[in-house]
Design a protein around this ligand. Structure first.
Ligand code: PEP
Ligand code: MN
Length: 360
């Protein structure tokens, strides 16, 4: 073959490539138009039956040299690319997405306490509400330290059914009373949609725990409320799944959603979970919602809470959550990792001294 012939063949290939590009681009446009029609009709965009029929039609008219298998896999790629394009479009329009809402969302709580935006928040309190005395002791210490939001679990999602399950509605009442006495706001986890309404009088922020991040009925019910929700990242949830869980709440009308990274499961054993610091800047980039970091449950150990809290704030977190108990050794849950009051005061002073904590 002469060089002239080779050049001619190569030019022909370039031409065909160009035609293929034009055709697959045109195809993508048609798929998008179909997507718009389907969206109006409320039917799913991916139709496996239709995809199968299209593939069979192509295989039937294939005259070679490609095998039926090759034709199938080539066209499957083309189909998938067009569908991906639609989901990218969809991602842009998610309510949680920074693309649909450029400015940071700021959640304003009673007493003009803001979460998100220019100030940092420190959410502290016991893992579980255990008694009036225990809760009041923590509340008094938190007020003294200048804390505004107190946590305390009343419905505890425990791994073993034989472990302390929390005081339920009584726990919420104890938390509210202690918080009111010391001028604090309350946050507590709700695990059952039926408890959301009754909890409204007792909590200023509803927490949805890691184990319930994909409890879609709970998310939908929380979405119907006019109450801020703190959504924890699931034990093994990707960031996309996390944001979709938040979307469940927002899509029902409740836009007061905060995200909290609380560590994910990995093979590492020297921490209870693995604190995914990279989640902080990514979630801040992808979403406009406030992002907090729970240093207690992510690490499960007290000796690294200060550097982890600083790292979280340096990465752009809007706040920190930490567990505090008057006598951690006797705590009914998470005894190993709660700070006592003195340790909490040191922790908070160190975090403030770093200059990374923006006081409310
Ligand atoms: C909690 O914050 O009380 C709790 C149970 O945490 P998580 O849902 O992150 O495990
Ligand atoms: Mn705990």
């Amino acid at each position: 073959m002469t060089n002239v012939e080779l050049d001619e063949l190569r030019a022909r290939l370039d031409e065909i490539n160009g035609q293929l590009l034009e055709l697959i681009s045109e195809r993508a446009q048609v798929v998008q138009e179909i997507g718009v029609v389907k969206e109006k009709q409320g039917v799913p965009k991916f139709d496996p039956e239709r995809e199968k029929a299209m593939l069979e039609k192509l295989v039937a008219s294939n005259k070679g040299p490609f095998t039926a298998g090759t034709i199938r896999s080539l066209f499957k790629q083309i189909f998938a690319a067009s569908l991906d394009l639609q989901s990218a479009e969809h991602k842009k329009s998610l309510l949680v997405s920074r693309k649909s809402h450029k400015e940071d969302t700021v959640i304003v709580l009673p007493g003009d306490i803001a979460i998100g935006g220019l100030s940092s928040v420190m959410v502290a309190g016991p893992c579980s509400v255990e008694s009036e005395q225990q809760t009041r002791t923590v509340a008094a210490a938190l007020q003294k330290a200048g804390i505004k939001v107190m946590r305390g679990g009343a419905f505890k999602p425990r791994t073993s059914p034989y472990d302390f399950q929390g005081l339920g509605m009584d726990g919420l009442r104890i938390l509210r009373e202690a918080a009111d006495e010391y001028g604090l706001l309350t946050i507590s986890e709700i695990v059952d949609p039926a408890h959301l309404e009754p909890a409204l009088d007792y909590v200023d922020i509803i927490q949805i725990g890691a184990r319930n991040m994909q409890n879609f009925e709970l998310l939908k019910a929380a979405g119907e409320l006019n109450k801020p929700v703190l959504l924890k990242r699931g034990l093994a949830a990707t960031m996309e799944e996390f944001l979709h869980a938040a979307e469940y709440i927002m899509s029902r009308g409740n836009t007061q959603v905060m995200l909290i990274e609380r560590g994910i499961r990995t093979y590492e054993k020297w921490t209870r979970n693995t604190l995914d610091i990279s989640a902080v800047p990514i979630l801040k980039q992808e979403s406009h919602l406030p992002v907090l970091v729970d240093v207690t449950h992510s690490t499960g150990r007290k000796d690294i809470l200060i550097p982890c809290a600083k790292a979280a704030l340096a990465a752009g977190a809007d706040g920190i959550m930490v567990e505090v108990h008057p006598d951690p050794a006797t705590a009914l849950s998470d005894a190993a990792q709660q700070l006592n009051i003195e340790e909490f005061n040191t922790f908070f002073s160190e975090v403030k001294a770093s200059g990374l904590f923006r006081q409310n």
